[in-house]
Design a protein around this ligand. Structure first.
Ligand SMILES: *[C@@H]1O[C@H](CO)[C@@H](O)[C@H](O)[C@H]1NC(C)=O
Ligand SMILES: *[C@@H]1O[C@H](CO)[C@@H](O)[C@H](O)[C@H]1NC(C)=O
Length: 454
């Protein structure tokens, strides 16, 4: 007994030697914490709950980087039906963190998206198109937890995935997007969220994360992969000239750090959203972006569960363009592969051995846009490469469909409170419904223009 106790004590000491002081926004205490309990100067260790204390900026904080803006794309929530209830967790789950988390597991199909697609196919009269449309229900997408009300659905999906893997013998992975930051979508309007910083949004966000963690703890047998907060950190790289983004900087960093640490503690593999080639891939943006992502990784205790970065989420870029789209002129990183190949080594150099996932859900057709920054319901887009771990790049864990194709990027109704003028540009399909709601004609185009064909 005493031998074990002293061994445990020794194990507990080792990390605290390696991490003499926690970085700004890093963890500095909590039940089970064995890392640094003091913070680097300029920040103060602040208790958030029994399980988590965090270094928050005191007197000084890190200097912002503000290179030129290329317009920020927005991302879109998916609506899922409210089901089930949240209850307390049991044993914490912990998948061993090693290697590509997409290998050896089958993505759990969102029943919500499958139902949307089935209804859409039903509404199509052309029998060839109808059959192609129906086949989309079998292609895995991510579930966007874009409000607290959606979190119980995660519990339902995890329960279903757990039952399915027991009956089929095939391990399942549930793919989610964590997307509820206070003052969300700070540089655009179409995907503004439910929390505001002025109204206690940070505490509400921590509670949202705690609720997700509680669901995941109930199903330690099911693997979970998460994309973390589309557009948020990218906005901090290029859009601090926007008042709402400047105001949100400290809160975004604290909230994302909280999410990374809490989700890592229950074995969730995470990819922080890293915009796309036409945003952070520009020479002026890529180095500051690498710095920020490496800093965030360190603030999550360099956890192996912070696997890397997600690019092109809800966007339209090619992974590997046959030739550069003319709108990319001036950016040597004219597609996602060039961007990843440039960013990966910069991150590795800063101690973040990042792997990538790339959204190709709507990237089947290229050279569609008037400007690279256009992101809203782009005309003529088609479904792209199917999700696969056969990526052709050692830096890319998987090609994924993060955005459920057929759900709108934003409304074209100029009277709507969430109207963003990008959604009424000439390359945006109109009339378009609110972000996240079903857009039937758009879905039909994605099906008919799919490349490879459905
Ligand atoms: C922090 O990192 C150290 C060293 O890798 C590890 O031993 C410790 O368990 C980590 N703590 C958490 C909470 O992940
Ligand atoms: C546009 O939005 C306004 C305000 O939300 C609404 O009253 C109106 O019905 C909408 N128009 C259309 C065509 O949906």
């Amino acid at each position: 007994m005493s031998k074990f106790a002293s061994l445990l004590a020794l194990l507990a000491i080792v990390p605290s030697l390696a991490y003499a002081q926690a970085p700004v926004y890093g963890q500095c205490g909590g039940i089970g914490w064995s890392g640094a309990t003091t913070c680097v100067s300029g920040s103060v260790c602040t208790k958030q709950n029994d399980y988590y204390s965090q270094c928050l900026p005191g007197a000084a904080s890190s200097a912002p980087t503000s290179p030129p803006t290329t317009s920020a794309p927005s991302s879109t929530p998916v609506s899922t039906p409210p089901t089930g209830t949240t209850t307390g967790g049991s044993a914490p789950s912990s998948t061993p963190a090693a290697g590509n988390p997409f290998v050896g597991v089958t993505p759990f199909l969102s029943p919500y998206y499958a139902a949307e697609v089935a209804a859409a196919a039903d509404a199509i009269t052309d029998s060839t198109l109808k059959a192609k449309a129906a086949s989309v229900a079998k292609i895995p997408t991510f579930t966007w937890l874009d409000s607290v009300a959606k979190v119980p659905d995660l519990g339902t999906y995890l329960a279903d995935a757990s039952a399915l893997q027991k009956s089929s013998g095939q391990p399942q992975v549930v793919q989610i997007v964590v997307y509820d930051l206070p003052d969300r979508d700070c540089a655009a309007k179409a995907s503004n969220g439910e929390f505001s910083i002025a109204d206690g949004g940070q505490a509400k966000y921590y509670d949202y994360i705690d609720q997700i963690v509680a669901q995941i703890k109930k199903f330690p047998d099911v693997r979970v992969i998460a994309v973390i907060e589309p557009d948020s950190l990218a906005n901090l790289v290029t859009n601090l000239n926007v008042q709402k983004c400047a105001n949100a900087q400290t809160t975004y960093k604290a909230c994302v750090t909280y999410a990374l640490n809490q989700l890592a503690s229950v074995g969730v593999y995470q990819y922080m959203d890293a915009g796309h080639a036409g945003w952070l891939g520009w020479p002026a943006n890529i180095q500051p972006a690498a710095q920020l992502f490496a800093d965030m990784f360190k603030s999550a205790n360099s956890s192996k569960f912070v696997r890397g970065l997600a690019t092109n989420v809800a966007n339209y870029n090619a992974l590997s363009a046959a030739s550069p789209d003319p709108i990319t002129q001036g950016d040597p990183n004219y597609d996602e592969l060039h961007y990843i190949n440039a960013l990966g080594p910069m991150l590795a150099q800063q101690g973040f051995p990042a792997q990538f996932v790339v959204d190709q859900g709507r990237s089947g057709q290229q050279n569609l846009r008037q400007q690279w920054g256009d992101w809203c319901n782009i005309k003529g887009a088609g479904f792209g490469t199917r999700p696969t771990t056969n990526t052709g790049s050692s830096l890319i864990d998987a090609i994924v469909w993060v955005k459920p194709g057929g759900e709108s990027d934003g409304t074209s109704n100029s009277s709507s409170p969430r109207f963003d003028s990008t959604c009424s540009l000439s390359d945006a399909t109109q009339p378009a419904p609110e972000a996240g709601t079903w857009f039937q004609t758009y879905f039909e185009t994605l099906v008919s223009k799919a490349n490879p064909p459905l």
